[in-house]
Design a protein around this ligand. Structure first.
Ligand SMILES: [Zn+2]
Ligand SMILES: [Zn+2]
Length: 283
């Protein structure tokens, strides 16, 4: 049974317009998915519109009309409303940068409606999202320093923040290696990544296999097989599969391939979250 645990509706500022949650649930049913969890963005640093206005122009999305709080609340409300009609629909949120705005993060993690919280890091503290960086103007040394900070912050986030599953580990490689073809010296992070995995395991949190990279230039999952195997080797047992769809057509994309990678790494089950508790389903 394949379950998509990471998807976005139009309540996410960077998703395609017109992607209603009802359409997503219908799409998941048509695809025969076991479950679909809608996990719209809540980047904690953009909690209020007023705060968001303080951010540099290039960090604002055209469709970002409200603060992150408003999008999150609207999304959750709509999922809860539709859950009765769609038994395979689950209520999630992608909690971005909880370490950088802990008060906002706490307001989200206190919400009882949530089945799943995936923890994300899209930007180092005080820096733009990795998506926005102009890599043609950044030297390899600076990229190394950005990645050093990324893994340092991620380890701290996994040590103290409240979430259920770590989303898209190795996210910066989507842009650095994928879109810009810059080969980062990534092996130097194996120790840090091991520490992140140990922390996830110790705190009972899962690891996401994010399949969006398979349909992008990067061509691999976030994280890729090497790290999925490492997580397993260190005793990791809880993985989820997520397409990170930002449009209807991408729902369920790559889940089969992701499940094959999980099997190859030795996993027999993936996790689905209900009321923030993992339920294991056979791959
Ligand atoms: Zn994300
Ligand atoms: Zn996402």
């Amino acid at each position: 049974m394949l379950c998509d645990m990471h998807t976005h509706s139009s309540f996410s500022p960077d998703a395609e317009r017109g992607v209603t949650i009802a359409k997503m649930a219908e799409r998941a049913e048509a695809l025969g998915l076991g479950y679909i969890t809608v996990t719209d963005h809540c980047d904690c640093v953009y909690w209020n519109k007023a705060e968001e206005q303080d951010y540099p122009e290039h960090q604002k999305s055209d469709s970002m009309m409200f603060g992150a709080r408003e999008y999150a609340v609207q999304s959750i409300k709509e999922i809860v409303r539709l859950k009765e009609n769609y038994p395979k629909l689950l209520c999630g949120i992608e909690l971005g940068e909880p370490l950088q705005a802990p008060e906002a993060a706490e307001k989200i993690t206190a919400m009882k409606e949530l089945d799943l919280i995936i923890g994300s890091l899209h930007m180092n503290a005080g820096k733009p999202d990795f998506y926005w960086m102009d890599y043609s103007k950044i030297g390899l040394d600076e990229i190394t320093s950005l990645l050093d900070d990324y893994y340092r912050e991620l380890l701290e986030m996994c040590s103290v923040c409240d979430f259920d599953v770590l989303a898209h580990l190795t996210y910066p490689l989507r842009y650095i290696e994928g879109d810009h073809g810059i080969k980062a010296e990534h092996d130097r992070y194996t120790e840090k990544i091991s520490a992140i995995f140990k922390k996830l395991i110790e705190r009972g949190k899962g690891l996401e296999i994010n399949t969006s990279g398979l349909r992008q230039k990067y061509g691999r999952t976030f994280p890729d097989l090497e790290y999925i195997k490492l997580y397993r080797k260190l005793g990791g047992e809880m993985i989820t599969l997520g397409s990170d769809a930002h449009k209807l057509g991408d729902i369920g994309a790559g889940l089969k391939e992701g499940a094959e990678l999980a099997s190859e790494a030795g996993f027999r089950y993936t996790a689905v979250f209900r009321n923030r508790k993992a339920v294991f389903v056979k791959i």
